[in-house]
Ligand binder design. Sequence first.
Ligand code: XMP
Length: 306
Amino acid sequence: MDVSSIVKEKVSEIKQEIGDGKAIIALSGGVDSTVSAILTRKAIGDRLLCIYVETGFMRKKDEEKVDKISRKFELKLKKIDAKDKFLREISGVRDPEEKRRRIGRLFIRIFEEVASEFGADYLVQGTIAPDVIESKGGIKTHHNVGGIGKPNLKIVEPLRDYYKDEVREIAKFLDVPSEVIEDMPFPGPGLAVRIMGDVTEEKLEITKKANEIVEEEVQKFGLKPWQAFAVLMEGRATGVKGDLRQYGRIVCIRLVDSIDAMTAGVYWPPREFLERVCSRITSEIPEITRVLFDVTPKPPATIEFE
Ligand code: XMP
């Protein structure tokens, strides 16, 4: 793959597509949106506005990465705090696809508002090939594919023909910070799809902490899975903490290996890793009494639980 000509070609395609119009893009701190933003910035300069939407389902480090990227690549950035809106939008919703649709629709409404203030007609998205294929195949509604609703904006998807490993190569060429390139993929709807059933503030806090612990320990143990995360299960399980019976919550840990996210195998961590994660989760998150480990490849499972 000749990365330098791909970059030139993409920049000129974006230039042609957007002409002298304006565009917005939502930055998430992930490699796909970062590369799309840099290419678009090269094509149309300051006529690109980047936004960071705090849905409440993001991790602390996502905003930090976006800050770093926008400084390094001189991207115009607007931050939007939409935590309350997102929580309200999916309050009481248990069905995973309905959750995805509602989150997607709210994203679209926010994009439309920001675009109209900025005078943009275009929405650039970091959609990559597997997102397109899996959405078309009806596997899941990927929130960054225009299929969730009809935004009032023209969609530009510079990376729709590329797979993750190719996007990472382009990112390297563009000098994207390694923590962005090497970071594990994180879904657009964020932790909302790692909470089974309805999403509440309490469940969100638990899930955030559990995911932080898993990611910290993956780093400490020097593991290199494609993705590693924690999912809050529905229901409860009996446990004992101190001398007391506790009917607590259940978390499932998932580590997978993959090349393009279309298929995935289980990434088997050392037993010490699982013991450490279990011990930290059950002691640092009082609500949890049980930690499970998912042994299912994709297919038949998908990577995320919802
Ligand atoms: P699944 O769970 O479908 O996920 O096997 C495949 C890959 O895509 C990520 N994922 C998403 N990424 N928007 C995204 O940008 C989404 O709506 C979305 N849903 C899943 C998932 O983390 C995995 O890497």
